[in-house]
Design a protein around this ligand. Structure first.
Ligand code: SF4
Length: 343
């Protein structure tokens, strides 16, 4: 059985040809799957009965089922553990922001990048997710929001996994989000977050899809960055910063550098100064993320004074900076923690 959830119009048309059905049926099928969120061929009452029967014999529409959910006490953040048909589960987060509903989507089940502060990598990577599985996360939350007369407004591909090592599936997912027959989202409302897979940052810049790029930096010098993010040994800081700069120039999109603030590790004024020096003259902003204490590691969140001092220094150097304020701390918003509990 093939799962056609996540199929593009081209793939659906190929399927029609293979089944010796008229090609125009592909757009009817897409309409049912993506616009009307059908999961059963029996519901597709404008398709002939024998076609529905034929489809039932060769394919399925599998999305994702929630196996766990945690809601923050302020009601603004919900984290879902969503399971696919083979039993693999990933986390997806809904954040109700003042500017709209944002979701954080996983691109792999687990992750093998080994970042020292991240719970998603503790059990390694189980497998890449398909475009359909990333879309299924999006649909799960979009369907929930629809009941409240709302929708998913922005997407960050920042859950478990390194999206640029699952390049083709992630690109198919992004293109599907944009298609009118699917969710019709603007590329500008989508952000891809990478640990800095330099060759694929260049590849992405050439795709002609102006998605926002977010690069995890977390340290302003190589020795510490390699300790926090082993990928830095392959793609050191200067190559990552240059790739970010080139991406900004090619796409005219501002690049955001993510910087997790860890007490006494990377939160000094000296490090803020080094960071400002690195980003000087670049169309970039910094997102400071005071770390959520990770039960499996011994990192602490800096004091408010230190967070404010780091932020002020960057502001003084005219580097746009935001601080991710506490959100969903009470539901363990750091990626991977709910899945780990489940494993
Ligand atoms: S921070 Fe991202 S890239 Fe690093 S281990 Fe976690 S999920 Fe993987």
């Amino acid at each position: 059985m093939i799962n056609i959830f996540g199929y593009t119009m081209v793939q659906l048309t190929d399927l029609m040809i293979k089944l010796k059905l008229p090609k125009f049926r592909a757009s009817q099928l897409a309409n049912w799957i993506y616009q009307r969120a059908a999961v059963s061929f029996d519901d597709m009452n404008n398709l002939p009965k024998d076609m529905r029967q034929m489809l039932k014999e060769v394919c399925v529409i599998h999305r994702a089922a929630s196996v766990d959910q945690l809601d923050s006490s302020d009601g603004r953040t919900s984290k879902f553990l969503l399971e696919f048909s083979d039993g693999v589960a990933v986390e997806t987060v809904l954040m109700r922001q003042p500017y709209g509903n944002s979701i954080c989507v996983s691109s792999q089940a687990g992750c093998n990048m080994g970042c020292a502060f991240c719970a998603s990598t503790i059990h390694g990577m189980t497998r890449n997710l398909t475009a359909g599985e990333m879309l299924a996360q999006t649909f799960y939350i979009n369907e929930l929001l629809k009941k409240e007369g709302q929708k998913v407004d922005t997407i960050v591909i920042m859950g478990s996994g390194e999206p640029l090592t699952n390049y083709d599936n992630v690109l198919s997912y992004i293109r599907l989000l944009h298609e009118d027959y699917c969710l019709g989202m603007s590329y500008r409302s989508i952000t891809l977050s990478t640990s800095g897979i330099v060759p694929n940052i260049y590849k992405l810049a050439q795709e002609g899809i102006p998605v926002n790029l977010s690069i995890s930096l977390h340290a302003p010098e190589n020795e510490l960055r390699s300790e926090l993010m082993p990928i830095n040994k392959h793609y050191p800081l200067d190559t990552v910063i240059k790739a970010g700069r080139d991406y900004g120039e090619a796409t005219h999109r501002r690049v955001t550098y993510e910087y997790i603030l860890i007490a006494e590790v990377n939160d000094s004024i000296k490090q803020a100064k080094e960071l400002a020096e690195l980003l000087k003259g670049q169309l970039a902003s910094v997102n400071l993320i005071p770390i959520n204490p990770v039960t499996e590691r011994n990192w602490q969140r800096p004091s408010l004074d230190r967070i404010n001092a780091f932020e002020s220094y960057l502001n003084k150097k005219h580097i746009p900076v935001t601080v991710r304020r506490e959100m969903g701390n009470d539901i363990q918003a750091a990626c991977g923690q709910l899945r780990n509990k489940h494993i």
